[in-house]
Design a protein around this ligand. Structure first.
Ligand SMILES: C[S@@+](CC[C@H](N)C(=O)[O-])C[C@H]1O[C@@H](n2cnc3c(N)ncnc32)[C@H](O)[C@@H]1O
Length: 408
């Protein structure tokens, strides 16, 4: 079957938006846990996807209307695993089962594993099941038990409640969490006061900006980050083979970005000439080099907690709104309608209520439309549990002046 399944990361909306923008043939979201694409796994580059954690090849799809969940599932898995063992000429393998979209107890999973083991033992095969602490195995469990290599297997079983359909797939790749940790923690310059953009989120921002553009993708394209901070986004963009331009209002940040980019260039042996940095205020600067995409995490405001006084909270929110709005107005005359734009802007959870930037409700008045995604319900937000400042992703398109917008 030429179909693949992707297991989505924690923030389902942004993970789906990333996939939808890159793969127009994304067919359905499996209960917001899995996405399905009409491509083989070799046609999908998991290493450039920040939002997906596992990639699997679909083996079988089953209508579940008259399906006895436990017995029929055991029969089906036995045949799949036996076929796999026959083809691999191995008699002993590690095996993992991961369930998505299911309501099934861990004791039921144990029972399914026991029955399969018994069946295969009778056929002279020995399988070792990785014990499920949850309905699905973590990427670390898949990695440490080598389930994507040496003929071992992780089988993903996804249930689509509304379509009454079940998908069974074999994991071929997992997200390279070691490399993300290295890129995040081992950068020579870090600064917790300007926030720590996770490299995965930087990749998502880049993908949303570049996929939304109508630029010709054949030439090497250039990405601008006008709030480059310590350069996480630019570092990820270099790794994805883009030319990069960065600017920041702080000389210290420009210095940090330069050190960090030289570090990744040396580590990955990338071309030295692919970046340029400017000390500049994003609300007024004219970038001297043409760029195809704008991908950034903007100024996020002061780093404080839920305990902050209402007056300080309000003024911080207004400052962020003003800087980002002035930046968007300044940008308008320096781009055209083919420029792909994705910004991560702040939002706040204060006294159990979410507060978003007011400019988002008024984007058309400054010349931009917000791009919408079919499979996404709600805002594109990224926020760790308990975090006061979250990020909201805005994918924007410049409105043509003739289409009833008068720039001011
Ligand atoms: C949250 S950090 C951005 C992180 C960055 N995108 C990255 O990938 O690491 C925000 C940055 O915005 C910069 N900044 C604040 N106001 C600015 C302005 N008006 N123009 C340019 N940079 C500004 C700050 O110096 C800070 O480095």
């Amino acid at each position: 079957m030429n179909q693949s399944i992707l297991v989505l990361g924690r923030e389902k909306n942004i993970c789906l938006a990333e996939l939808e923008s890159l793969y127009p043939n994304l067919t359905s979201s499996y209960n917001q846990e899995l996405a399905e694409i009409n491509l083989t796994t070799s046609e999908i580059n998991l290493f450039n996807l920040g939002g997906s954690i596992k990639l699997a090849q679909v083996i079988q799809k089953i209508e579940t209307k008259n399906f006895n969940q436990e017995t029929d599932l055991i029969n089906c898995l036995q045949i799949i695993i036996e076929n796999h063992l026959n083809q691999s000429s191995k008699h002993k393998i590690n095996l993992g089962l991961s369930f998505y979209g299911f309501k099934i107890s861990l004791s039921k999973i144990k029972k399914i594993q026991f029955e399969i083991k018994k069946y295969l033992k009778n056929k002279n095969y020995a399988v070792r099941f990785i014990p499920n602490e949850n309905l699905f195995l973590s990427s670390a469990q898949v990695y440490h038990n080598r389930l994507t290599i040496n003929h071992n297997l992780e089988i993903i079983i996804g249930l689509h409640q509304t379509l009454k359909q079940m998908v069974i797939a074999q994991t071929s790749q997992i997200q390279d969490f070691n490399s993300y940790t290295n890129r995040d923690r081992n950068r020579p310059k870090r600064d917790s006061r300007v926030g720590m953009l996770p490299p995965k989120l930087a990749q998502i921002i880049i993908n949303l900006a570049t996929a939304s553009s109508t630029t010709n993708h054949h030439q090497i394209s250039t990405i601008l980050d006008p709030f480059c901070g310590t350069g996480v986004l630019l570092q990820e963009a270099l790794l994805m083979n883009y030319r990069v331009l960065g600017s920041d209002i702080s000389a210290k940040m420009i210095d940090y970005t330069s050190i960090n980019l030289n570090w990744i260039i040396n580590q990955e042996k990338l071309p030295q000439t692919n970046y340029k940095l400017y000390l500049a205020d994003a609300t007024t600067f004219q970038w001297p080099i043409k760029f195809n995409y704008l991908a950034t995490e903007t100024y996020l405001g002061l780093a404080f907690t839920n305990q902050v006084q209402p007056k300080i909270f309000e003024s911080n929110k207004q400052t962020c709104n003003l800087i980002i709005k002035k930046f968007l107005i300044n940008l308008y005359h320096q781009i055209d309608q083919t420029t792909g734009i994705c910004l991560a802007v702040p939002f706040w959870t204060y006294n159990n209520q979410d507060f978003h930037l007011s400019l988002i409700d008024d984007l058309t008045s400054i010349g931009y439309n917000l791009v919408k995604f079919t499979l996404v319900n709600g805002r594109l937000v990224y926020q760790r549990p308990g975090q006061f400042v979250g990020r909201e992703l805005l994918v924007l398109k410049k409105i043509n002046k003739k289409d009833n917008y008068e720039s001011r």
